[in-house]
Design a protein around this ligand. Structure first.
Ligand code: SF4
Ligand code: FES
Length: 316
C-alpha cells in the first residue's frame, strides 16, 4: 500500500490521463522571488530524491515496508554497504510539528548521498503532504531551507544525511517564531538586519566606478565577510540570539562590519554607534556557534571582534 500510494500521482497534483505523465505541482504555492516555496516541488523528473528512490524501489524486495508513519518501525536488518559503513535502508526522521506538542516520526528509504531536503521531500510525497518546510534554490544560495538536524543548524539542501546514523531529528531554527512545522517567521531576523542600515550610503562626490583594490587591507577585511545569504543559521546557533534575548545578532553585525570597512560608505560612525548599544556587540559571549554553523564559511564572531576594536580605536 505504501508503494502504491507513492507511485500513483494524485489527479489534483497534475496527472495527465492522456500522456500518462505525472507532474507534481507545488502544494502551497509557486517559488518566486521574495516568496519562497513553502512546500512542494514542480516536477518529479527534476527531483533528485525522486530519481534515486525510483531506482532504489526497483532494487528493494516487496517486504520492505516503506513510507508510513511509524514510531516503532524495524528495518528487518536489510542494509547496504558504503565503504566500511553499514548503511541502513531506512532512516527514521522525527520532525517537530506545530499543530501539536508531539513530534511525528516517518520512515524514509535512504540512499547515499542524500540531503536533508531529500528526506523532507520524501516525507511530503509519501506520507504527509501537509508537512511545512521552505526551500527554493536547492543550491545553497537563497537561504530559505535552514533547519536544525539533531540540534545543529544547517541548510537542508546542502547537508548530507549522515551515513552513520539511522535516525535524525529535525526542528525549526531557534530564536524565531514558528509559523508551521519547520517554517519560521523571519521578520525579527530582518528587523535586526534593517537596524544596522544594511545598505551602502555613498560618500559625497564619489566618482563611479569606485575601486577597492584586491590586495588592499580594506578589501581583505571585506571579502571574507561578504557572501551572507541571510539564512539565519548563525542567528539560530547563537546562544543569545537563538534564545531570543535582545541582540542584533551575528548576521546583522557581520553586515555592519562589511559596510563600516567600506571606504565608499559615509555612514560608518552612525552604524558603529548603532551596533555598540545595549543590544549590540557586547551581548556576544563568543560562543562561536555562528562561525561554526555559517554554511557560507563566514566568521560573524570575527566581525563582532572587529567592531569592538573599532569602537576603541575608531572606524577605519
Ligand atoms: S552570516 Fe552565515 S549563517 Fe549568518 S545569515 Fe549570513 S550566511 Fe547565514
Ligand atoms: S534551498 Fe536555497 S539555500 Fe537551500
Amino acid at each position: 500500500m505504501g508503494n502504491a500510494r507513492w507511485l500513483t500521482p494524485r489527479p489534483e497534483a497534475g496527472y495527465s490521463e492522456a500522456s500518462g505523465q505525472a507532474s507534481y505541482l507545488p502544494v502551497t504555492g509557486q517559488a518566486t522571488a521574495g516568496t519562497p516555496l513553502a512546500t512542494g516541488v514542480s516536477d518529479e523528473k527534476e527531483c533528485y530524491s525522486g530519481a534515486i528512490r525510483t531506482e532504489a524501489r526497483r532494487a528493494l524486495p516487496e517486504r520492505v515496508n516503506r513510507g508510513r508513519k511509524n514510531d516503532n518501525h524495524a528495518t528487518g536488518g536489510a542494509a547496504d554497504e558504503v565503504g566500511d559503513v553499514n548503511l541502513a535502508r531506512e532512516i527514521k526522521v522525527t520532525v517537530a510539528r506545530s499543530d501539536s506538542e508531539s513530534r511525528t516520526s516517518f520512515m524514509v528509504e535512504r540512499r547515499d548521498p542524500m540531503m536533508v531536503l531529500d528526506l523532507l521531500l520524501a516525507i511530503q510525497r509519501q506520507d504527509d503532504p501537509s508537512i511545512g518546510f521552505r526551500y527554493s534554490c536547492r543550491v545553497a544560495m537563497c537561504g530559505t531551507c535552514t533547519v536544525r538536524i539533531d540540534g545543529r543548524t544547517v541548510l537542508a539542501c546542502q547537508t548530507p544525511v549522515p551515513i552513520d546514523t539511522d535516525e535524525v531529528r529535525l526542528d525549526p531554527i531557534a530564536g524565531l517564531p514558528v509559523v508551521r512545522d519547520l517554517i519560521v517567521d523571519t521578520a525579527p531576523f530582518w528587523q535586526e538586519w534593517a537596524s544596522v542600515t544594511p545598505y551602502l550610503v555613498p560618500v559625497e562626490g564619489l566618482s563611479e566606478p569606485a575601486v577597492i583594490k584586491p590586495d588592499s587591507p580594506e578589501r581583505q577585511t571585506i571579502d571574507p565577510a561578504l557572501n551572507c545569504i541571510g539564512c539565519g543559521a548563525c542567528y539560530s546557533s547563537c546562544g543569545i540570539a537563538g534564545s531570543r534575548r535582545d541582540f542584533i545578532g551575528p548576521a546583522a553585525l557581520n553586515r555592519a562590519m562589511v559596510l563600516i570597512a567600506d571606504s565608499r560608505d559615509a555612514f560608518g560612525a552612525e552604524r558603529l554607534q548603532a551596533v555598540t548599544g545595549t543590544d549590540g556587540v557586547d551581548r556576544c559571549h563568543y560562543i562561536y556557534g555562528c562561525t561554526a554553523d555559517c554554511p557560507k564559511g563566514l566568521d560573524p564572531a570575527g566581525a563582532i571582534r572587529q567592531l569592538r576594536q573599532w569602537r576603541i580605536n575608531g572606524t577605519p
